[in-house]
Design a protein around this ligand. Structure first.
Ligand SMILES: CC(C)(COP(=O)(O)OP(=O)(O)OC[C@H]1O[C@@H](n2cnc3c(N)ncnc32)[C@H](O)[C@@H]1OP(=O)(O)O)[C@@H](O)C(=O)NCCC(=O)NCCS
Length: 260
């Protein structure tokens, strides 16, 4: 994977992945607020505490990144929401598609042209009832594969499976209305990352590509799109402050690229 510059030009066949740490200072939150339209601010203000702060920073980071690809001012970006909740750009933007995921203070933003994509990130953490969740939601093969592991590898396998399945239903756009046991993914640490079948159809699965890019230590992540394999450019995790610097160059100390 190559590393795109923060001021990367619009991607062609490339897929860009931007992991962004969501924690920021009070002044960072204030700057994020200035980038959001009133309806999104209201949405944020219905939430409280860290959830509200993460919502505002993630929505601002998304607008900053879309602005860099499209030239549209962050506040002016509009979305269309699909019947199952998938947001898409409501502008003529040369087929730019995006998807977003966040977990444990880290967001990831994925961008491509000319193909729908889905991304998922999860902080790897102990899961109470892991076996029951896997039995209930995953395919038999996936569940059995997880059951053959133990200790940390069992937790890692569970999150590999979860993120790959979420990435697929997000790329497809149907979200959780698509039964998670209606398609299968590989999850073994030594297996190629791929979709195995969709509703029992391996040919449909072969039209899709799936990756598990290592975005940050302690997180599992997956990307899915309906196309042959494309080159992926993934940045190291950025701070929101660093992104804000791109649109508000007077942000004090915003050049710091490290996670605070
Ligand atoms: C909404 C859903 C698509 C993803 O939810 P999630 O994993 O909790 O959340 P993520 O952080 O990965 O993604 C959220 C983003 O996905 C996008 N999104 C929402 N609905 C979407 C859809 N149908 N398709 C694609 N993307 C969607 C939005 O940009 C959303 O951002 P927002 O929270 O700022 O509105 C859906 O799959 C869901 O509710 N999952 C619940 C998780 C779960 O229980 N998984 C079971 C595994 S055992």
């Amino acid at each position: 994977m190559n590393k795109p510059h923060l001021h990367a030009p619009p991607c062609d066949r490339f897929i860009h992945l931007w992991p962004v740490w969501l924690d920021t200072t009070t002044s960072g939150i204030q700057q994020c607020r200035t980038l959001l339209p009133p309806a999104e601010l209201l949405d944020g203000d219905r939430r409280t505490g860290q959830v509200a702060r993460d919502f505002l920073t993630a929505r601002a980071a998304l607008r900053i990144l879309i602005a860099r690809y499209t030239g549209i001012q962050p506040q002016s970006i509009r979305y269309r929401i699909g019947s199952h909740g998938k947001p898409r750009l409501d502008h003529d933007t040369a087929n730019l598609s995006f998807n977003v995921s966040h977990s444990g203070g880290l967001a990831v933003f994925a961008f491509a042209r000319g193909c729908e994509l889905g991304v998922d990130i999860e902080k790897i953490r102990p899961i109470e009832d892991l076996d029951n969740i896997a039995r209930r939601f995953f395919c038999t093969r996936e569940f059995e594969s997880i059951r053959r592991t133990s200790g940390q590898e069992r937790v890692d396998s569970f999150f590999r499976c979860w993120t790959r399945k979420e990435a697929f239903i997000k790329a497809d756009g149907r979200g959780l209305s698509f039964p998670l046991n209606g398609f299968a993914v590989t999850i073994g640490s030594d297996e190629p990352v791929r979709l195995m079948h969709v509703d029992g159809d391996p040919e449909e699965a072969s039209a899709w590509t799936m990756h598990s890019p290592p975005l940050a230590a302690g997180y599992a992540s997956a990307l899915a799109y309906r196309d042959q394999p494309r080159p992926i450019e993934a940045l190291p995790p950025q701070t929101v402050k660093n992104l804000l610097f791109a649109v508000c160059p007077d942000s004090a100390g915003a050049r710091n690229h490290t996670h605070e």
